[in-house]
Design a protein around this ligand. Sequence first.
Ligand code: HDE
Length: 669
Amino acid sequence: MAGGRHPALTTNQGTPLSDNQNSLRSTERGPTLLEDFILRDKITHFDHERIPERIVHARGSAAHGFFELTKSLKKYTTARVLTEVGERTELFTRFSTVAGGSGSVDTPRDVRGFAVKLYTKEGIWDLVGNNIPVFFIQDAIKFPDLIHAVKMEPDRGFPQAATAHDTFWDFISLTPESMHMIMWAMSDRTIPRSLRMIEGFGIHSFRLVNANGDSTFVKFHWRPKLGLQSTVWDEAVKIAGADPDFHRRDLFEAITTGNFPEWELSVQLFTQEEADRFPFDHLDSTKLIPEELVPLTVIGRMVLDRWPDNFFAETEQVAYCPSHVVPGIDFSNDPLLQGRLFSYLDTQLSRLGSPNFHQLPINAPKCPFANQQRDGHMQMQVPKGRVAYEPSSLDPSSARAIPAGFRSFAEPSDEGNKSRIRAESFADHYSQARQFFRSQTTPEQAHIASALVFELSKVETVAVREAVVGHLRNIEEDLARRVADGLGMPKLPAAQPKAVAAKDQPASPALQIIGKMKDTLKGRAVGILVHDDSDAAAIKALRKAAEAAGASVKIVCLKVGGAKLSDGKQQPADGQLAGTPSVVFDAVAVVLSDAAGKLLAKEAAAVDFVRDAFGHLKAIAADAGAQVVLKAGGIAKDAGVVDAGDAAGFIKAAKTRQWAREPKVRTLA
Ligand code: HDE
């Protein structure tokens, strides 16, 4: 060790360094010597710092936390994580986008991954889900095609992180089973406001197995305590430029300031007999079980309370596998799940490069684990003794199978022929798509139609656009007409052939976002734009009211050094105007002196600040001096535009989006 406060800087072999600034040269200005083992130690490590990024879900953010069971499922399962009420189980949750690379932005229109690793007393349980309860395809064999279609087109290398291109929609137009998922993907679910405001779903049916060996089917749902919330499309597009790390930063700031995000875990439980009566096949991942059919039971909560210490060691190296289950939890025959049980372990081997990836701290079980597996790349353990096999008599303390160990449910098997046939019960591709669309509120339906118009407008091949609209006709004629109109089609394309026509299902309001939004400012952000001589008392009152309602408040100024307010005090800025547009806030206030108003009315960033807030249906509080800026932004008074002196009125308006304003600010399909 070196003297003083710092430990000695060493090579990876522990050799202390005397110089970390200069490589070894033959003469002062001569060539570098191959002998320089210190340079090579450092550069070689650097050259190999990256591991292959995930082929899907490459962009992700994660946090540590715990799961606490509030209701025992003892009747249904032996899994202790689901039977011991009050027990806390450590976990690590990673949220992700699907299509983009690891350096892509946080807010493209995309499904969000929602993967939870629970370090239970009986081993790792990974619940590797998404923020949408259904999926694009029914059979794992189609996954590489789906992903190749959505990723950058292979000849041109673009677009990054976007479904709005020909190959994606070409594949979709030829894959009618994707139609239900397409309704979800085109809804605002895929442009969330925050990772703290998304739901999570295990998607597939799993099984719970109790001590008698009886099985009950289960679907898992995570529900955010803050309620659901999404952005509007124009806002998501602008956030991508304003803050590419918008979701990661939001999660980081919430956790590091002690505002721990929380979700409820709910289950839908059902028997084989109940499943047999559903008007769809629950083994088909393009279908969901409406809550109205099988209600949700809340069984616990997840709290994320610790940001990882190191992004690479934890968030990047974490290896989720749906095949990681514990005794009492088992799989269903969903053909998508069955394929996933193979895929994830395989992908970890190539990503992490070793069958010992389970020894990395983030992946290692927190309960004892032992077996006779040995050796392999990067073996970290030093097993003792001469026995590396089982059964053995030489080592009485070696690991053995136990009666309470994992048992697969003894599922009776159907008589049938080995085949590559899609079950007929998987043939209805439109009923739940129609049910989803019809269950939405008017603004949500308009957003779905407009998203389809946006995406298909980026598709160059006219026949692909027509084929997609042809599918929409099988879902809902009115939707097809609106999209065709938005695309400027001279006439409605023919409906696509269908195996089974859509049947009307009862509306399910639980499928909405707006229905699941909470009128709240909790966990939201309010931005206040101020300048020199702004009314200090008004700012103080607005801040107090917003913070009392649970929001965080940020002051935005023309210069990052801040502004001198009416009380003569210097107000530091949390953000500079050009770099802190209103898209990063849920509601904004503008408090300006008359002179500052005149100045900022000529500043595009200030005018955009209010114009975008207005266009994104947010509440705006403005004082007399700020009116000229509003005027420059063409903002007309409505229920969401209030006087800055009316803090209570502002908070009320800020707790929701101004949906009634939307038809006045943009033409939706
Ligand atoms: Fe994945 N998926 N997936 N997936 N998936 C991966 O595993 C795969 C599917 C999901 O934060 C990969 O470690 C196949 C459905 C999440 O690290 C890979 C199929 C759902 C994550 C893989 C699916 C998901 C992944 C890439 C079709 C929702 C990120 C890197 C059968 C229930 C986990 C990796 C994380 C990651 C394969 C379909 C969710 C290649 C073959 C359905 C959240 O193994």
